[in-house]
Design a protein around this ligand. Sequence first.
Ligand code: SF4
Ligand code: SF4
Length: 437
Amino acid sequence: MIIKIKNIKGVTLPHRKGTSEIPTETLPIPKLVEIPMQQHIGAPCKVLVGKGDYVYVGQVLGDTEKFVSAPIHSSISGTVVQIKDMILHSGVKCESIVIEPDGKQEVLPGITQPDISTKEKFLKAVRNSGLTGLGGAGFPAHVKLDTKERIPEALIVNAVECEPYITCDYRAIIEEGNEIVNGVKLILDKLSIPKAYIAVEDNKPAAFSLLKELAKDDCRIETVMLKTKYPQGAEKMLIYALTGKEVPMNGLPIDIGTVVMNVTSVLALYKYCKTGMPLVSKRITVEGNGVKNRGNYQVVIGTYIKDIFEYCNGDKEKTVKVLCGGPMMGTTAESYEMPVVKQSNAFLFMTPEDLDFMEESACIRCGRCVEACPMGLMPLTMNRYALAKMTEELEKYNIMNCIECGSCSYVCPAKRHLVQSFRVGKDLVRKAKVKNG
Ligand code: SF4
Ligand code: SF4
């Protein structure tokens, strides 16, 4: 595969990466954790433990036989105190398991390096690791890497981290760069992929230099610096920025010979293959003027936002909004009782000074949203149809191709709530499809 660097459409954002030089700190085990049974795209997991059961760190709590799914493991040792229904940030309902820790962090007996001696065994290990895309989408990693008879021409490692505020991937590179490069080598070896490109934006020169140095003895791995542009970290955008190739509508990266993995997914997979410990904790960025101790934290999955907020010296009086993720693609947390899940990468505790409270006004048909849309869509028209709930027109204008990047909202002088209307519009189209068979 030949690299042909292209400029993507989109927007240039302020970096605001104020936590990038703060080393990761480990958050203490909280008093309770809550582990949802849906932390990925695909089928939810079935609960495999009961109230009162003792569970170990790394023990499978939930799984399913469905292919598009990933097992969910316990992040702490302790006792299951409740199994309940919950509603995720996305509005999806699922079961969750509440565990009270015993403070010992007892690891499941028998956890050991998995057998990855063949491609089939490696893919089985990827599934057993519980790994899902950690860049945000949550697609099960074993499904992504199982390209059947098609051997990818290149693995693209996404180290772009293009949203303002978020620095957890950057910290992972600085603190565990060696493991990341070894993870890239492992994936190339196991899946017979001839080439890997690690993509970094030019606002992270230290990460670029480190990865380049660590990978210099392996000619299969190339570290590529891209001009900083949002939303270059979105999978389709990144492929285009690196290769000039477009993933076909409704297609997958493998259709044009690539597989894309987030840099921290590579890290998590490498660690699993070395230790057998599945994905039970996450590095997250904590930011915003609502907290005093901003930084990057390693937290066990299932930790409530309220515990992170408290540990980071949060001020509830000042905090008016909690964002799960970045300011562009993040979603608002409905409550402080929401837990950290596999895809969590940041919590932004926003005060009025962090937010732009300008009221929405009528569209002035300036066309800036069309210019900014990296997917070549017509945001102003889609907004009109979404508000009018006109699903056929929304489909005709390819609303399902919207990656919800927020570039259109960002440039809109009328502060139209475009992305919010597209989320609702996409939901309407999905429901109409189900209704019409
Ligand atoms: S940027 Fe805003 S005001 Fe301009 S055309 Fe788009 S929706 Fe209308
Ligand atoms: S229409 Fe969708 S893809 Fe295009 S800029 Fe807006 S949010 Fe991004």
